[in-house]
Design a protein around this ligand. Sequence first.
Ligand SMILES: [Zn+2]
Ligand SMILES: [Zn+2]
Length: 321
Amino acid sequence: MQVRFWGSRGSLPASITNKMIEAKILKAVQASRSFELETDEAIKTFIQNELPFAVRGGYGGNTSCVELSNAGGYILCDAGTGLRDFGNQYMKAKIAGQSKMSNIFHLFISHLHWDHIQGFPFFTPAFITGNQVHIYGLHADMEKAFINQQNAPSFPVPLQAMGADISFHVLDPGSSYHVAGMNVTGMKQNHPGDSYGYCFQQDGKKVVYSTDSEHKENAWDDHYEFIEFFKNADLLIFDAQYSFLDAVDTKENWGHSSNLLAVELAVRAGVQRLCLFHHEHTFDDEALDQVLSDTCKYHKLHDSSCPLSIYLAYDGLKIDL
Ligand SMILES: [Zn+2]
Ligand SMILES: [Zn+2]
């Protein structure tokens, strides 16, 4: 199974400014001073080996969308602006004539806040007759929210005018479903208006997508229900939008969690890979590099004997399981 991140930001898309790009170029040129960079190959090696990720690249600005590759069709978690890029890449591959591409898309929606549905009006495959788009969620008013998002005066093309066969499936939390070769279970999470996490299992692999979820004091209980939900996951995608201080103080009850709590819960649940997700939209790439470095340090202090791999999601990140 491969997991690919198309959108990793929380709350709002975050674009990069010309000043940010200039600052990256300045740092890259400064860092290059003591290197002999006569050939393109030497420059490429320097970029890859000597520059931090925040300088040589960046985390991207799309809102939530994560793809789980699967032979039974496309499985996507959330329809934030990252869904547009997934759709565009799919169309490019389709036009290039790649055979055996499925035209069935399964979208699992955590909740109906804008940053989790706003990419759908720009999802090109949904405009094509003959394609099937299945939208799953646990909110009873999910279809209404998708329709309203595209109604006048907010958008020029109503949902009903999109050419694909679009259907909505309201699931029950706690029940298991078999979709496109995967077993899927939803779990209710603490977030304004509720959100749902999803556990996907196939061929002995387990991926948990748990965004927009605030964990409270009961997270330290021995039998905290999320420990079971995350148990032995090969990959846990976790809402770590806030710093620990923000999560317990100024932004308490805003519906998100911290990077430190992510480590605590992942270690207790025996997770193999932890991917921090739903990044604060006001953080630039350096601030996000710092979040990753702080999280790794905290893990070492907390329990270095636990072999947890820690990632910070970026648009384009692929994780093979
Ligand atoms: Zn969100
Ligand atoms: Zn939300």
